[in-house]
Structure formats: C-alpha cells, structure tokens
Write a protein that binds this ligand. Sequence first.
Ligand code: ADP
Ligand code: MG
Length: 243
Amino acid sequence: MAQLELDNLVKTFSDGSDEVVAVDTVNMSLNDGEFLVLVGPSGCGKSTTLRMVAGLETVTEGDILIGDESVIGTEPRDRDIAMVFQNYALYPHMTAEENMSFGLKMTTDLDTETIEQRVTETAEMMGIEDLLDDPPKELSGGQQQRVALGRAIVRDPAVFLMDEPLSNLDAKLRTKMRTELKSLQNELDVTTIYVTHDQTEAMTMGDRIAILDDGVLQQVGTPLECYHRPANRFVAGFIGSPS
Ligand code: ADP
Ligand code: MG
C-alpha cells in the first residue's frame, strides 16, 4: 500500500494576466519507507510540489493522500509530515534544543521529560549533543543543517520532505552529509521525498527518482532504469546515458 500518493496534482499561479502552471498533473506513489528523489532543473516545480504536500501552498487541482486519507484542506501542523529546507529555517531566537523540542510541544501532548529524552536521543544520532544550548547564529552551516534535520527526525513523522537540504553546504561537507543522510534513512525507514537539482545526489541517494521538467513528470524509476532506459530526450540529457 502506498504511504504517500500525489493524484493528478496541479498548481497554477496567476501572475497578473498570465497564468503559470507550476505543477502540471503530477502523479506519484511512494511505498512505506521509500526514499524518492524529485529532481529537475531550477524552476521546474519541485518546491511547489513539496509545499503542497506540506500544506504550505494550496492545491489547485488533485489530491494528496497520506496512508489512505486525503490531507487536502488540513493545516500543516495536522499533517504527519516534517519538512527540511535549504536555508535550514531554524528559529533564530531559540537554542538548538528549543528548536528541536518546539514542534513536539506544539503538536503533541507528550510530557516534558519524554520530549527531553527524545531530543537527547535524536541529538546523539545527529552528533549535535554538545550544541544543544547554542543559538543557530553560533553554529556553522553544517551544524545548523544537522539541527534542522534533528528537528524533523525528533517528530517521528510518517513523511519527510527535504527541499535541497544540502545545497548551502560546501562540496566536501555535502558529500559527507549525503552519505550520512542515506544511512540515516536506512535506519529510520521514513517515507521521504528529497528534492534536488543535483543529478549525483539523485543517482546515489534515491530508491527511485522522479524527473520533473516544466511542471511535468517525465519519468519515475530506479536510478539505473532512468540512466539506462530514459523515457525521452529530456531524461537522457538530464540524467541518462549519452546514447
Ligand atoms: P523549483 O523548486 O523546481 O526551482 P518552484 O516550484 O520554486 O521550482 O517554481 C516553479 C514555477 O512556479 C516557477 O516558474 C516559479 O517562478 C513559479 N512560482 C513559484 N512560486 C510562485 C509564486 N508564489 N507566485 C508565482 N509564481 C511562482
Ligand atoms: Mg526549489
């Protein structure tokens, strides 16, 4: 059974008299625990797709199901989803620990002790246990992204959404975090859509990849399928073998 399903999803923005179709009838279905990489060039509609799933953007047409239930019309906080952004989006006035515990305090009725315990365990998993008292501005980019990932993981969501989480990091750290994120994913087994414009990230991280161009899904398949049997010229040029 699919854990996350996007069903004929459409998003249009009106830009004065023009209408921009940012996401054009996208269908995809993620299995429980699957790590799907949504990849495509800048402006192709990746962030808009994620933002609709997260509830940060309204849906023009179509449906989004988590488990068997449509989440259309529900508030972001009522969706069993945690999202990680490119710019980390940490609360600047809170410590790392407060950043991680805030969501649990707001959306669950767990007691303080349980929340503290979960934050500590997650911080250890992310290697940030010594940074818990620090505000974001005292942390490096890599450390901030670990806190942002920790803040998502600690909520133990049904679905993770990650929007280019590594693209603000330098190349060396990005490679390291890529490996770490992948093994974390294997351990946590949470259904994930991971957005990137980076073909290497897509090829090395995805159980399957979904390739988007101009709002239209071009192919969904394993990295090897897309590489060896690209559905069309766009996929071949973007990710496939140069045949
Ligand atoms: P990506 O994340 O793949 O770079 P986006 O989802 O951010 O792409 O954008 C897809 C398209 O939708 C682009 O043409 C972008 O200009 C447009 N777009 C995104 N957000 C808005 C908005 N709030 N208003 C108008 N157009 C938007
Ligand atoms: Mg984007």
